[in-house]
Unconditional design. Structure first.
Lengths: 264, 176
């Protein structure tokens, strides 16, 4: 290649001007890398242009580099800022608050359930206590009634002794002839066998005439020992026999447990 | 330091390398813009814009595209010509002549150059009008060889040789 002819063509001046096509640019670059003479010529042309352009600025001074740098750093920052993964504290706090709220809500729900249960138990306890109180009140009323009757001067106490079938047995009858009522105390009677009840009779002796005063159900069970019954008879004695459930028309004398006369 | 090394560092994001390149070419780019705009304040503003753009587009430069200075020159004249075409500038510069490079050379006649640089009048000493014209079109307007050929109505080959002779005159003036 004729280097001097190549240089003289003026292509290198156009290369520095940037007026060549891409392929022409590459060609000049390769030639410059291959021939130092061409590279040197390009640099001299460039120097001439640098002289011309610098002179064209006249008395003007280029801006301080610092006036470009803030913009440069700004533009540098803008790029990395976008992909930077900032910790989304707002989201974390939000979820934490939601979780805390949820746990709190659950805790309050449990507390409420516990309190409801406690209230139910307490209500039941109150009911039991009320029942107990009314039972006690009834018992007290009954006891007072009995006591009242016992203390009445018109009340006659009749002791009923044990007979052949039950020598150990005993009973007491409190008979108020004014009110025509008797109270039978069955504390001394054994618990009757299944299917049997005790029955109390008022007796007149000449001739021997039994009159049923009533059936004493559930003797001995749950402490039922006192029975209040009406008695309009002119009783000379009282007897208690064991009869089939529901009682009998006439006393079964073989099953006479206790007997006592009203005469002192 | 070798200019190619500086360019590589600059492309790798070195602000120091960028500053050195700015020291090397800043005044030249300002000169190019000033020739095109003939507005000192706007020229300095556009010069800043150009170098911010140069920094942002550093990765786009490739030696296969030409000289680094040529790349800067291209960005600068595009920015200056864009500014020239903008409405605001048109309102300020209504009587803009096509041979602006000639104009600025005329205004530079009374210029007193700084000590380390040669004055424009000396650089262009003995340069004919058709030289000023072709240099203006090729280096300051960014015309292609073909566009210059059409504009000046001269053969393609003549564009190259005439331009080489004109640059040779400048080189002679500058002892290059």
């Amino acid at each position: 290649m004729d280097i001097e002819k190549y240089i003289a063509s003026g292509i290198l001046e156009l290369y520095v001007a940037g007026s060549l096509s891409e392929s022409e640019n590459l060609e000049v670059l390769h030639n410059a890398q291959q021939y130092p003479r061409i590279q040197e010529e390009i640099e001299k042309i460039e120097q001439a242009l640098l002289q011309l352009t610098e002179a064209s600025s006249g008395s003007l001074k280029k801006p301080a580099f610092e006036t470009i740098i803030p913009n440069v750093q700004e533009s540098e920052k803008v790029i990395p800022l976008k992909p930077e993964h900032k910790t989304p504290w707002g989201t974390y706090v939000g979820w934490a608050a939601a979780l805390f709220f949820g746990v709190g809500l659950f805790w309050f729900y449990n507390q409420n359930q516990d309190l409801e249960n406690t209230i139910q138990v307490t209500k039941q306890n109150i009911k039991i206590l009320n029942d107990t109180v009314s039972a006690l009140e009834t018992a007290v009323t009954d006891t007072q009634k009995v006591l009242q009757m016992l203390r009445d001067q018109n009340t006659k106490v009749v002791d009923l002794g044990g007979q052949t079938v039950a020598p150990e047995a005993y009973a007491k009858v409190y008979w108020n002839q004014d009110t025509q009522k008797v109270i039978v105390d069955t504390q001394g009677l054994p618990e009757p066998p299944d299917g049997y009840d005790y029955q109390i009779w008022s007796l007149t002796l000449e001739p021997l005439t039994p009159t049923s005063l009533g059936v004493l159900s559930d003797v001995g069970q749950d402490g039922v020992q006192l029975f209040e019954l009406p008695n309009t008879n002119a009783s000379e004695a009282f007897g208690i026999t064991l009869e089939p459930d529901g009682g009998s028309e006439t006393p079964t004398l073989e099953q006479l447990y206790t007997l006592g006369t009203t005469a002192p | 330091m070798d200019t190619n090394t500086l360019i590589t560092q600059f492309q790798n994001g070195s602000v120091q390398a960028f500053e050195k390149l700015y020291e090397m070419y800043g005044q030249n780019i300002l000169g190019v813009i000033n020739v095109i705009l003939k507005d000192e304040v706007r020229s300095q503003e556009i010069c800043q814009d150009v170098f911010v753009k140069v920094w942002k587009n550093a990765s786009q430069y490739n030696a296969s595209k030409g000289r680094f200075f040529t790349w800067l020159l291209n960005i600068a004249r595009n920015a200056a010509i864009d500014e020239l075409r903008s409405k605001s500038h048109k309102q300020q510069q209504k009587n803009l002549s096509t041979d602006y490079f000639v104009d600025i050379l005329e205004t530079e006649e009374a210029d007193t150059p700084s000590l380390d640089s040669i004055g424009l009048s000396k650089v262009l000493n003995g340069l004919k009008d058709k030289c000023r014209e072709i240099i203006s079109l090729l280096y300051f307007k960014g015309y292609t060889q073909k566009e210059v050929s059409e504009t000046l109505d001269i053969p393609l080959g003549t564009v190259k040789t005439r331009n080489r002779n004109c640059i040779a005159q400048i080189r002679k003036n500058c002892d290059l």
